[in-house]
Design a protein around this ligand. Structure first.
Ligand SMILES: C[S@@+](CC[C@H](N)C(=O)[O-])C[C@H]1O[C@@H](n2cnc3c(N)ncnc32)[C@H](O)[C@@H]1O
Length: 259
């Protein structure tokens, strides 16, 4: 999708989405979620620690050898460039933290670690959280591991490998998945494949979050197929993320919220 098209879509989202005060969201569960999670402003101490690390890594010009899973080729980059181009903003990371914190989730799975910033947010709300994250580029994974050490996060299992190869085994070994955050291979096929694989361990209160649902026509098609899936009840599109609920007490309804 051309960047201009994405900007137009974003403007469209701005004008059609509800705000985070929850007006017009009739389901009490969803209303509470919109107000208390998307609309929450409370700043946690750990946010400062993670953002301090981001600030220092943004100065880091060290070279990193990366495997590009899109083209299949290897290329060179730098820590600061990876951070600028591939890592989500503080606001998005903090939303991941708030979701884990609000639902007191413990079994968290992330696809696409990169330098570990979103992982750090996912793992930081409690030491009870068991966060598994998968990264295919070993040099990037080593950087992420160092970042977890700097933040003293001991509840993260970092698996290095191609998601297509390692995910079936990881899902099979999990008793259940409370939260799955998908931010890796942004193609329709891979997104739907990972969604289907993770469904095996999803329960009534689970949440799945898909990154970049408006990145391309393919990602939008994947999102539309996910929201139409019979296991999915309500969803929220905040443009950057698509948030999926499986709670059978919810009506099948799809919200757009400006976050
Ligand atoms: C957008 S970045 C993740 C950003 C991270 N979630 C954050 O916001 O901090 C995507 C990562 O997924 C990895 N990736 C993409 N396809 C993959 C695959 N098939 N297997 C393993 N890792 C993959 C890339 O190497 C890249 O580091």
């Amino acid at each position: 999708m051309h960047p201009y098209q994405r900007i137009l879509k974003y403007i469209g989202h701005y004008f059609t989405a509800r705000n985070t005060r929850g007006f017009g969201v009739h389901s009490p569960f969803m209303f509470q979620f919109v107000q208390n999670v998307l609309g929450e402003k409370h700043y946690f101490y750990v946010f400062t620690e993670i953002e301090k690390l981001r600030k220092s890594e943004l100065q880091n010009a060290e070279a990193v050898h990366i495997k590009d899973f899109g083209t299949g080729e290897d290329r060179e980059s730098t820590v600061k460039d990876i951070l600028k181009k591939s890592v989500n903003t503080a606001k998005c990371g903090q939303l991941l933290f708030r979701i884990v914190h609000y639902f007191k989730f413990q079994n968290v799975l992330e696809l696409g670690t990169s330098l570990g910033f979103s992982t750090s947010y996912l793992a930081s709300s409690s030491s009870e959280v068991k966060c598994t994250t998968i990264e295919g580029s070993s040099e990037i994974a080593n950087r992420a591991r160092r970042n977890f050490e700097k933040l003293n996060l001991k509840n993260i299992e970092l698996v290095v490998g191609n998601i297509d190869d390692v995910l079936p085994d990881i899902v099979a070994k999990k008793e259940k998945l409370d939260l799955v955050y998908v931010d890796a291979n942004h193609t329709q096929e891979a997104t739907l494949r990972y969604f289907e694989m993770c469904l095996a361990k999803i329960h009534n209160d689970s949440v799945m979050i898909f990154d970049d649902i408006h990145w391309s026509e393919g990602m939008e098609e994947a999102w539309n197929k996910i929201i139409a899936h019979p296991a999915v009840t309500s969803t929220i599109d905040i443009f950057q993320y698509g948030i999926v609920f499986f709670n059978k007490n919810l009506n099948k309804k799809h919200y757009k919220v400006f976050y």
